[in-house]
Write a protein that binds this ligand. Structure first.
Ligand SMILES: [Zn+2]
Length: 338
């Protein structure tokens, strides 16, 4: 199997090197990690899928040995009270994006883990913390009321509906990393957060321009690093590259990160995307946020038509036919940054 090497700047063969891991955060775990190495320049290559498997193996062992709280237990705690990651973080008094990280598999310290476990197991202790958080103004009245009056039945129905949608979207968009998703596994929550972030910075974000923003972001990322950011797959549509199968409709149906506003103009109804400003970019690397900001800066003051026209100047659009998936290797030559 070939993979893109950012050092050789081309597709190369790679081999897997097995390296020992003896310890993680002071706990003996005795395992290994697989590292992909370019056969030509012998540099370590970052392959999402392999890194994920490594992390999973190491974290699972560490969790087990150190008896760390499970991500699902934290999610269940939030669902029980219908609170966001941000709200739970505020109640616990942790650093800004902590809960998001832990729910995504990031591993808490032993002491934080024990603290969370205590609150999961002890309802009164949790409510005590909620009251404290209100007194310190870490949460507002609304959050407080919500927790106190939580009806668990309604909550679980909504959760089920969202889950059905999420499964549906994942089935259509989640594939193994390939040239059409920029060698990145699709991550629904990340996409929701990025859209919410873009919408917070761009006043005239519509469904059409949002599709181009995402495509340009992924293309620039691929151009610079040989890997996309969102893992979305795009196809050639009349107004430019668009998420395949119009899946953005389903994504925005379930998202609580942004909302849609409809307004009429001479072309019919336009949908504007408004950020709920609760995005969380903590899982992105600095370089990825820089890429997103670069595209926002370029497109921000342009109209939807201008953005659409810019996308029509790119090889990815010019060299594909209508409804064809757009491979990311065209992104190696990107006009928007010239
Ligand atoms: Zn190489």
């Amino acid at each position: 199997m070939k993979v893109y090497c950012p050092y050789c700047r081309k597709e190369v063969e790679y081999e897997i090197e097995k390296r020992d891991i003896k310890e993680f955060r002071g706990i003996k775990i005795n395992t290994y990690e697989n590292v992909a190495v370019c056969k030509e320049c012998h540099q370590d290559l970052y392959i999402n899928e392999i890194e994920n498997k490594n992390n999973k193996r190491i974290y699972e062992l560490y969790r087990e040995k150190a008896d760390i709280v499970k991500p699902q237990d934290i999610i269940d705690l939030r669902n029980k009270y219908n609170i966001s990651q941000r709200e739970l973080t505020a109640i616990l008094g942790f650093g800004k994006m902590t809960i998001n990280r832990y729910e995504r598999g990031g591993v808490p310290t032993k002491s934080q883990s024990d603290y969370i476990k205590l609150l999961i197991e002890n309802n009164d202790k949790f409510i005590e913390k909620v009251k404290e958080a209100l007194e310190k103004a870490n949460i507002n009245e609304k959050t407080y009321e919500k927790i106190m009056s939580q009806k668990i039945e309604t909550n679980s129905i909504l959760k089920n509906v969202r889950n059905v949608f999420k499964n549906c979207i994942n089935m259509k968009l989640n594939r193994k990393p390939d040239i059409y998703n920029g060698y990145k596994e699709f991550d629904l929550e990340l996409v929701e957060n990025i859209i919410s972030y873009i919408a917070s910075k761009v006043t005239n974000l519509t469904i059409t321009s949002m599709n181009k923003y995402l495509w340009f972001i992924d293309s620039l990322s691929f151009n610079q690093r040989g890997i996309s950011i969102t893992g979305l797959t795009y196809e050639h549509e009349k107004f430019g590259p668009t998420i395949i199968e119009k899946e953005y409709n389903d994504i925005s149906f379930i998202s609580d990160k942004y909302s849609k506003e409809y307004y009429e103009n001479e072309n019919g109804t336009t949908t504007k995307i408004i950020s709920n400003k609760n995005f969380d970019l903590s899982q992105l690397r600095d370089e990825e946020i820089e890429i997103i900001d670069t595209i926002i800066k370029i497109l921000k003051n342009k109209s939807v038509t201008e953005i659409s026209e810019l996308s029509h100047r790119e090889e990815g659009w010019k060299k594909t036919k209508r409804f064809e998936k757009i491979p990311f290797d065209y992104a190696m030559n990107l006009n928007i940054i010239k």
